[in-house]
Design a protein around this ligand. Sequence first.
Ligand SMILES: [Zn+2]
Length: 110
Amino acid sequence: MTITDDGLLLCPHCETTDTHVEHVFVSARQEDQQINEITVNAVSGQVRTHEAHVAPKGSGVGIGRRQRIALAGFCEQCGRRFALVFTQHKGVTLVEVAEGELPDWPSEEE
Ligand SMILES: [Zn+2]
Protein backbone atom coordinates (compact mmCIF):
# COMPACT_ATOMS: atom_id res chain seq x y z
CA MET A 1 0.00 0.00 0.00
CA THR A 2 1.49 3.23 -1.09
CA ILE A 3 0.47 6.85 -0.96
CA THR A 4 2.12 9.57 -3.02
CA ASP A 5 3.79 12.58 -1.38
CA ASP A 6 0.68 14.65 -2.16
CA GLY A 7 -1.64 12.10 -0.56
CA LEU A 8 -2.95 10.09 -3.51
CA LEU A 9 -3.64 6.39 -2.97
CA LEU A 10 -1.80 4.13 -5.42
CA CYS A 11 -3.28 0.91 -6.78
CA PRO A 12 -1.45 -1.96 -5.00
CA HIS A 13 -1.44 -3.90 -8.28
CA CYS A 14 -0.27 -1.40 -10.94
CA GLU A 15 0.69 1.65 -8.80
CA THR A 16 -1.34 4.20 -10.75
CA THR A 17 -3.39 6.83 -8.92
CA ASP A 18 -6.73 6.08 -10.66
CA THR A 19 -8.28 4.38 -7.65
CA HIS A 20 -11.85 4.43 -6.32
CA VAL A 21 -12.64 3.41 -2.74
CA GLU A 22 -16.38 2.71 -2.53
CA HIS A 23 -17.06 0.05 0.09
CA VAL A 24 -16.34 -0.42 3.78
CA PHE A 25 -16.37 -3.90 5.25
CA VAL A 26 -16.57 -4.23 9.03
CA SER A 27 -16.06 -7.54 10.72
CA ALA A 28 -17.52 -6.46 14.06
CA ARG A 29 -17.02 -8.36 17.29
CA GLN A 30 -15.60 -8.32 20.76
CA GLU A 31 -12.70 -10.65 21.39
CA ASP A 32 -13.56 -14.24 20.42
CA GLN A 33 -17.27 -13.41 20.17
CA GLN A 34 -19.60 -13.99 17.24
CA ILE A 35 -18.87 -11.86 14.15
CA ASN A 36 -21.34 -9.44 12.55
CA GLU A 37 -20.21 -8.84 8.96
CA ILE A 38 -21.29 -5.34 7.89
CA THR A 39 -20.97 -3.76 4.44
CA VAL A 40 -21.36 -0.05 3.67
CA ASN A 41 -21.70 1.14 0.08
CA ALA A 42 -20.17 4.62 0.28
CA VAL A 43 -21.76 5.68 -3.01
CA SER A 44 -25.40 4.65 -2.47
CA GLY A 45 -25.32 4.79 1.32
CA GLN A 46 -26.68 1.27 1.59
CA VAL A 47 -25.73 -0.58 4.78
CA ARG A 48 -26.07 -4.33 5.21
CA THR A 49 -25.56 -6.24 8.44
CA HIS A 50 -25.17 -9.93 9.25
CA GLU A 51 -23.77 -10.62 5.79
CA ALA A 52 -22.75 -14.17 4.87
CA HIS A 53 -19.36 -13.25 3.37
CA VAL A 54 -16.16 -12.63 5.33
CA ALA A 55 -14.63 -9.15 5.10
CA PRO A 56 -11.32 -8.95 3.18
CA LYS A 57 -8.37 -9.95 5.35
CA GLY A 58 -4.60 -9.67 5.23
CA SER A 59 -2.08 -12.46 5.65
CA GLY A 60 -0.65 -11.15 8.94
CA VAL A 61 -3.46 -12.12 11.29
CA GLY A 62 -6.16 -13.41 8.97
CA ILE A 63 -9.54 -13.34 10.67
CA GLY A 64 -7.91 -12.88 14.07
CA ARG A 65 -9.77 -12.71 17.37
CA ARG A 66 -11.09 -9.12 17.25
CA GLN A 67 -12.60 -6.59 14.86
CA ARG A 68 -11.38 -5.84 11.35
CA ILE A 69 -12.16 -2.94 9.01
CA ALA A 70 -11.45 -3.03 5.27
CA LEU A 71 -11.65 -0.12 2.83
CA ALA A 72 -12.28 -1.63 -0.58
CA GLY A 73 -11.97 -0.23 -4.05
CA PHE A 74 -10.98 -0.80 -7.63
CA CYS A 75 -8.48 0.60 -10.09
CA GLU A 76 -9.58 2.31 -13.28
CA GLN A 77 -6.34 1.42 -15.05
CA CYS A 78 -5.87 -2.29 -14.38
CA GLY A 79 -9.49 -3.05 -13.42
CA ARG A 80 -8.46 -5.05 -10.35
CA ARG A 81 -10.03 -4.81 -6.91
CA PHE A 82 -8.11 -4.18 -3.71
CA ALA A 83 -8.75 -3.66 -0.02
CA LEU A 84 -6.81 -1.93 2.72
CA VAL A 85 -7.34 -3.94 5.87
CA PHE A 86 -7.04 -2.69 9.46
CA THR A 87 -6.96 -5.58 11.93
CA GLN A 88 -6.94 -5.16 15.70
CA HIS A 89 -4.54 -7.67 17.22
CA LYS A 90 -2.82 -7.87 20.61
CA GLY A 91 -3.14 -4.16 21.39
CA VAL A 92 -1.94 -2.93 18.00
CA THR A 93 -3.49 -2.31 14.59
CA LEU A 94 -2.07 -4.07 11.54
CA VAL A 95 -2.54 -2.35 8.18
CA GLU A 96 -2.30 -4.65 5.17
CA VAL A 97 -3.41 -5.01 1.58
CA ALA A 98 -5.83 -7.91 1.26
CA GLU A 99 -4.47 -10.94 -0.51
CA GLY A 100 -6.20 -13.69 -2.39
CA GLU A 101 -9.74 -13.69 -3.69
CA LEU A 102 -11.91 -10.79 -2.55
CA PRO A 103 -15.62 -11.42 -1.85
CA ASP A 104 -18.22 -10.18 -4.31
CA TRP A 105 -19.24 -6.68 -3.36
CA PRO A 106 -22.90 -5.73 -3.35
CA SER A 107 -23.84 -3.60 -6.32
CA GLU A 108 -25.98 -0.51 -6.00
CA GLU A 109 -28.92 -2.25 -7.70
CA GLU A 110 -29.21 -4.97 -5.08
ZN1 LIG B 1 -4.28 -0.87 -10.90
